[in-house]
Write a protein that binds this ligand. Structure first.
Ligand SMILES: Cc1cc2nc3c(=O)[nH]c(=O)nc-3n(C[C@H](O)[C@H](O)[C@H](O)COP(=O)(O)O)c2cc1C
Length: 194
């Protein structure tokens, strides 16, 4: 069985449009893919400050990569497919996702530095971002969420990066339903082909 990690950063509960993309994607994954879901809102994630930061440094210096606080990094590194579902906030994504990225970016687990540069250590082949946006941001340099995750897919060592975005949901509310349906179809097609 292959493993898919679904990272749920859809923060508006039942009314989240991004969550609908995530459900469409997850349900269409091939039968040989085992799904593990991580709901970021339910995790006690802390950003790297103060004692939390210092503990991490001590553990890294001591080579204690099996410490429980690195469980998110191990989980991420061991997945064959990682799908992140997050709405477009403030030109990127919610801060909670950045806090999670701080948790998984661990030298020796998800990446490392060698003489010839950085090397990704994740076993995953495909990193997927599912997002919905109020405005239209495809091919817009002000879009900083998908472009950042695209860079991270290289940093972590994934082979491929995919982004499915439903754009313009708040700018064109009359068309929001059809825009979302189209993106859900794209998400299903992507999932089926993985
Ligand atoms: C805090 C916050 C920040 C947002 N920032 C942007 C933004 O910078 N650009 C944009 O086009 N839409 C922005 N939006 C609109 C969302 O991207 C849009 O409504 C999206 O579909 C929300 O996803 P959801 O339904 O899954 O919660 C923002 C919404 C919120 C709540």
């Amino acid at each position: 069985m292959r493993k898919a990690l679904i990272v749920d950063c859809c923060l508006r509960g039942a009314i989240s449009r991004t969550a609908r993309l995530m459900e469409a994607f997850t349900r269409a994954l091939p039968a040989d893919v085992e799904v593990e879901k991580l709901v970021l809102e339910e995790e006690a994630l802390s950003c790297l400050v103060g004692a939390h930061f210092e503990q991490r440094q001590r553990l890294l210096d001591a080579g204690m990569l099996d410490h429980p606080r690195f469980r998110y990094a191990h989980q991420f590194a061991e997945a064959d497919i990682v799908c992140i579902a997050a709405p477009f906030w403030d030109l990127s994504f919610p801060a909670l996702l950045k806090v999670y990225i701080e948790q998984i970016s661990v030298d020796g687990i998800t990446f490392t530095a060698r003489d010839d540069g950085l090397v990704g250590l994740c076993r995953g082949t495909d990193l997927v971002l599912l997002t919905t946006r109020g405005g239209i941001y495809a091919n817009n340099p002000m879009e900083m969420g998908s472009r950042y995750l695209d860079a991270l897919h290289t940093f972590y060592g994934f082979d491929r990066y995919h982004c499915i975005a439903a754009d313009g949901l708040d700018v064109f509310p009359a068309h929001a339903g059809e825009i979302l349906e189209k993106a859900m179809g794209d998400a299903r097609a992507l999932a089926r082909g993985l």
